[in-house]
Design a protein around this ligand. Structure first.
Ligand code: DGJ
Length: 736
């Protein structure tokens, strides 16, 4: 069992391979957070918080001035009884207050991990993999039970937490805040790491010191967002890629979220992540319950790199699902930046022909194939092929593509409707909208109200028709605006603050139905690039288009931030044209290819318009990717040179990473020169993840090295001044 319970001392000891997490039941009533740190074999149960009578700290037990909820580290905090820090759960009670006192009422420990009804979550294959602890806290006055759930993996440094709120009373209550987890760190000597940015600039890694007061990140956009990713980490000072203690919080959710750290008067750091309480409330009727999304807690005692690898393995092995989970992902040509809306069937077939000759494995017909969509102002919702462009329909076109020995993929944006569409004309009440108020538009489109069953049914039926007709091997699911006028005509005014969450639950339900009905389709999630790159979406779609920015040097930054949480198999990366369409920058085809090979790989440029030399380069790149694909997708990632210093946020002129195959027999190293200077110093690259005693042949110089030398001295990387933004080489394990 990875969960020990001491009845005598009233504590739980949760053990992962290298961490201990201890929870105590204090005074038989309060659920105290005691410890999350390096693994210890025994917890004495004696190491109590120092009991001091602290000024202005109210005490719930009369006369006992040395005990206060305001100074107790807790697993879940409630308002109203003297804990003045930020609460984890807030419920508007029948008496009109937020005052509640859920006290320990019992617990269960069992093998395995339960499903989270209607929500994406990590899973176990069999009950031997993990154990689960559930602790019940009950507010006796109104019969509200809060269940804290912890699943502890035996061979992963991971604990999955979530919270359920059940109304066993006789009166309706309203949940105002329901965070998935709270961890009260005993001190605040950490730096907060967040992944922040914008459209085309997603997941920039930034760290900052913690200061007294509440701080954090959030999304209020109806999607997890480009601006903030639902992940934070706390890093001990000096922690870097290979050393130091790091604590990660990754929320398995795709909508509004918040992650906060509240540093109190005694420097404890209350850290929480979950549904954003902004514009959220949930009516909880007697006999019903509410389940929060899951948060994955992970700890590393040896730096951020190890934390990332733990998350990568978990998300690859126990979050992604379906037949594509471990299938080698196809090399793509995507029509978007190649030809945008400007195509007919002849042009598409020419593009597919050329791509197929170059060795591409999947042709993706992006936006523009349906309704009358010659621009982004029209036709979303009308999922029937535009006969001007595809005169014989989707099936015929898909068969023509497949006849070229290349698979077929299709783009859709189902959650949206254009005002200029048949769907909007037939159902003007289907988008989110507030009665009596105007719409706000984004890209000339509106958001369909996915909290409504009939809207989801329409989408399921129309998409099923498209998928049955076109038989796509791959579908790119896009979402290109955020939510405004968040109101559903199916709910009373008292239910409107449920809409954002009900939308996401509706989206998950629709995706589950489609996954079940079309198990062979490889789905790729997209939201104007990586605007919904989160673990929630990965449960339904095992890869995500990382960014609309395909400038390779920008991508090195975006892919670095992404790799902190998400595995290479989930990160879709393409080679685009030069000059790049987002930045106007010209980079070499070589570096565009080498940088895009850090994830699932493809091209997004008009390959019919490039010269023969570039065609030959692309053929070589494709052959190379085929050779290293398994290592990249299923191996371990080591970040060797971060483009941004984790301690100072200063930009580095270089970035470098390496993927080591799961059998340790090969590795691929990629180094990028982000800033070019004449007479630039070489990049001294110390490698990682190799067998110290093993021997490796390096394709960089054709020499043989021992692993310890490569990891201690490293390799000197010199970039050719004018032509090279990147250097890539392989290491192959050889006999001594
Ligand atoms: C945004 C996506 O991120 C792009 O890749 C492309 O599919 C466009 N939408 C199409 O409108």
């Amino acid at each position: 069992m990875s969960i020990e319970y001491s009845k005598a001392s009233q504590y739980f000891h949760l053990k992962t391979p290298s961490s201990s997490y201890v929870i105590a039941i204090k005074k038989g009533r309060y659920v105290e957070h005691v410890l999350w740190g390096s693994r210890i074999e025994e917890w004495s149960g004696n190491n109590d918080n120092l009991a001091i009578d602290r000024a202005f700290a109210p005490n719930p037990v009369e006369g006992e001035r040395t005990f206060s909820l305001d100074t107790l580290s807790q697993e879940c905090a409630f308002p109203g009884h003297g804990d003045f820090r930020v609460s984890t759960i807030e419920i508007l009670m029948p008496d009109g207050t937020l005052v509640m006192e859920p006290l320990y009422a019992g617990h269960r420990i069992y093998a395995g991990k339960p499903k989270l009804e209607g929500l994406p979550a990590t899973w176990t294959c069999d009950d031997d993999e993990a154990d689960t602890l559930e602790i019940d806290l009950t507010d006796r006055l109104y019969g509200i039970t809060i269940t804290l759930s912890y699943t502890v993996w035996k061979d992963r440094d991971v604990i999955a937490r979530s919270t359920r709120i059940a109304n066993n009373g006789i009166k309706e209550v309203s949940i105002r805040k329901a965070m998935s987890a709270c961890v009260d760190f005993a001190d605040s000597d950490y730096r907060l790491l967040q992944l922040s940015g914008a459209h085309c600039r997603e997941r920039g890694a930034i760290t900052r010191d913690l200061f007294p007061g509440n701080q954090g990140i959030e999304s209020r956009r109806g999607a997890s967002s480009h601006q903030q990713n639902p992940f934070i980490a706390l890093l001990r000072p000096g922690a870097n890629e290979t050393t130091g203690e790091v604590f990660g919080f990754s929320l398995v959710y795709s909508g509004n979220f918040s992650a906060t750290v509240d540093v109190d008067q005694f420097n404890s750091a209350r850290t929480m992540i979950g549904l954003n309480p902004h514009n959220f409330a949930w009516r909880l009727n007697p006999g019903t319950s509410f389940q929060t999304p899951e948060v994955v807690l992970s700890r590393s005692g040896s730096g951020l790199g190890e934390l990332s690898r733990t998350l990568h393995r978990l998300f690859r092995d126990r979050l992604c699902r379906g037949v594509h989970q471990y299938k080698e992902r196809p090399i793509v040509i995507n029509s978007w930046e190649a030809i945008y809306f400007n195509f007919d069937e002849k042009k598409l077939l020419e593009l597919a022909d050329e791509a197929s000759r170059l060795g591409v494995e999947l042709f993706v017909l992006d936006d523009g194939w349906f309704g009358k969509r010659d621009s982004d102002t029209t036709s979303l919702g009308d999922w029937t092929p535009d006969r001007r462009k595809l005169p014989n329909g989707l099936r015929d076109f898909s068969q023509k593509i497949k006849a070229k020995n290349i698979s077929f993929g299709l783009w859709v944006e189902p959650e949206m409707v254009s005002r200029n569409s048949e769907l909007f004309r037939a159902h003007p009440d289907w988008p989110l909208q507030v009665p009596g108020r105007d719409f706000s538009f984004g890209r000339d489109q509106l958001v369909l109200d996915l909290s409504r069953q009939e809207v989801r049914d329409y989408l399921f039926d129309s998409l099923s028709e498209v998928f049955t007709e076109a038989e796509p091997d791959y579908v790119k699911w896009d979402m290109n605006r955020h939510m405004t006028e968040v109101y559903s005509s199916r709910l009373p005014s008292g239910g409107q603050q449920e809409v954002s969450h009900r939308y996401i639950l509706g989206l998950y339900e629709l995706l589950e139905r489609l996954n079940t009905a079309f198990p062979n389709i490889l789905f790729e999630s997209c939201s104007g690039g990586g605007g919904r790159y989160d673990p929630g979406m990965l449960y339904y779609m095992p890869q995500t288009w990382a960014s609309d920015n395909i400038d390779s040097l920008n991508r090195a930054h975006i892919q670095f931030g992404t790799s902190i949480v998400y595995p290479a198999s989930t990160m879709s990366c393409h080679v685009s044209a030069a000059p790049n369409h987002q930045t106007g920058r010209i980079t070499s085809l070589k570096s565009r290819g080498e940088i895009a090979m850090a994830g699932t790989f493809g091209y997004e440029l008009d390959v019919t318009k490039i010269d023969d030399a570039d065609k030959e380069s692309i053929k070589r790149q494709i052959a190379k990717y085929r050779e290293i694909r398994k290592t990249v997708l299923w191996g371990d990632l080591y970040r060797l040179q971060d483009p941004v210093d984790l301690e100072t946020n200063a930009e580095s002129p270089f970035a470098a990473w390496m993927h080591v195959s799961s059998d340790g027999k090969s590795a691929v190293v990629t180094a990028v020169r982000l800033q070019a200077w004449p007479n630039q110093a070489p990049l001294m690259l110390r490698l990682s993840g190799l067998d110290a005693q093993g021997y490796y042949f390096s394709t960089l110089d054709g020499m043989r090295y021992r692993g310890d030398e490569l990891m201690s001295f490293g390799m000197k990387i010199l970039f050719q001044v004018e032509t090279e933004e990147s250097v890539q080489f392989e290491l192959k394990r050889v006999a001594r």
